[in-house]
Design a binder for this molecule. Structure first.
Ligand SMILES: *Cc1c(COP(=O)(O)O)cnc(C)c1O
Length: 364
């Protein structure tokens, strides 16, 4: 049996450290905005090279808080990709703004910078690229466009913790970076968690206030905020895992590179352009014969998944409003993509078994 991710094996390798960290956090009884939260934020800011890192309750909340801190409101438009998890667009809608979907690059599956300018209107306030599957979006042209048109650049880094481009970490390339610590993410906790990075004291202050009931001083409330804090216990777990993140990500890259070597003649394998470091949150291929491959893998108890089967403009929630939106690349990729098991602890033997099973599915 080969799962998509193997959280149990990872827990067992880290068990002594994680158990101790959790017990210490419980013993301290500082459960909300406690010492592990402060330390984790400082350690994450240092790791990423970000001026500020402010934790919150989830990746979705990180996007929501970042969008509010950026001043995005009803009537505004925000440009993003249609080929992502729904949360990217949900957070735009929470603020009353409208997502404007721009088609993706067929090789990286990330927003296509060449198509952004045509989507800018007087209402556009921000661009949210997603570093999908752990592959950094093509940030240089996106940054240039944001500068030219005075748009805020907010990165969705939920799948890209530790990925970099030209030596800079994702989450430090725009005004705000949004991370998720959902258990299966590259840096995952044991529940929900998220974090926002930013470069200015003003934005950091606003996010801190918004995540804690609009309050700077206890029982003094300046704005309507939220209850969106990372638990101290989760922060304690994340501090242990943060120390191993480079090792985890290089394990994922090792698995991915072996897959690409073994599968390159059968399916379209992920493209790495050389400037970015892809951290393979997912290993996603394109094939005309997805159903045949997935059935064969299932027969051998090997997991596989389709991320994502329906681009956002085709989802029930958006379909009516976006009836005139045609995004041929996202629609084509959604019809042919499939993701294979990838996790840091995956053995070479398992990778070879997956590849061999795909070969059997395709050539019989
Ligand atoms: C996981 C994810 C989110 C949301 O994160 P949660 O912590 O689950 O709320 C947002 N955007 C993308 C691209 C994601 O993969």
């Amino acid at each position: 049996m080969i799962p998509m991710v193997d959280l149990k094996t990872q827990y067992h390798t880290l068990k002594p450290e994680i158990d101790q960290a959790v017990l210490d956090a419980i013993e301290s009884c500082q459960f909300i905005l406690g010492p592990n939260v402060t330390s984790f934020e400082q350690e994450t800011a240092a790791y990423l090279g970000a001026k500020h890192a402010i934790s919150c309750a989830s990746g979705t909340d990180a996007l929501h808080l970042a969008i509010l801190a950026a001043g995005i409101k009803a009537g505004d438009e925000v440009i993003t990709t249609p080929f992502t998890f729904i949360a990217t667009a949900e957070a735009i809608c929470y603020a009353g703004a409208t997502p404007v979907f721009v088609d993706i690059d067929p090789e990286t599956f990330n927003i296509d910078p060449a198509l952004i300018e045509a989507a800018i209107t007087p209402r556009t306030k921000a661009v949210i690229p997603v570093h999908l599957f752990g592959q950094p979006a093509d940030m240089a042209p996106i940054k240039a466009l944001c500068l030219k048109h005075r748009l805020l650049l907010i990165e969705d880094c939920a799948q890209s913790f530790g990925a970099s481009i030209s030596g800079e970490m994702t989450g430090t390339l725009g005004a705000l970076g949004c991370f998720s610590f959902f258990p299966s993410k590259n840096l995952g906790c044991y529940g929900d968690g998220g974090l926002v990075t930013c470069a200015t004291n003003e934005l950091a202050e606003q996010i801190k206030v918004l995540r804690n009931h609009g309050s700077r001083i206890r029982y003094h409330h300046s704005v309507i905020g939220f209850n969106s804090r990372l638990d101290d216990i989760q922060a304690a777990i994340l501090r242990v895992k943060l120390r191993k993140i480079d090792q985890f990500n290089s394990g994922r890259r090792r698995v991915a590179h072996l897959y690409s070597e073994l599968l390159g003649d059968m399916v379209s394998v992920p493209h790495e352009d050389g400037t970015g470091v892809h951290v393979y949150h997912q290993y996603t291929v394109l094939t005309e014969r997805r159903d045949v491959i997935m059935a064969k893998l299932a027969e051998k108890q090997i997991s596989s998944a389709v991320y994502y089967p329906i681009p956002l403009h085709k989802q029930d929630v958006f379909a009516a409003a976006y009836a005139d939106t045609v995004l041929p690349v996202a629609e084509d990729v959604a019809s042919r993509c499939m993701s294979l098991p990838v996790y840091p602890e995956m053995s070479e033997e398992s990778v070879r078994l997956v590849a061999q099973t795909i070969r059997e599915a395709l050539v019989g």
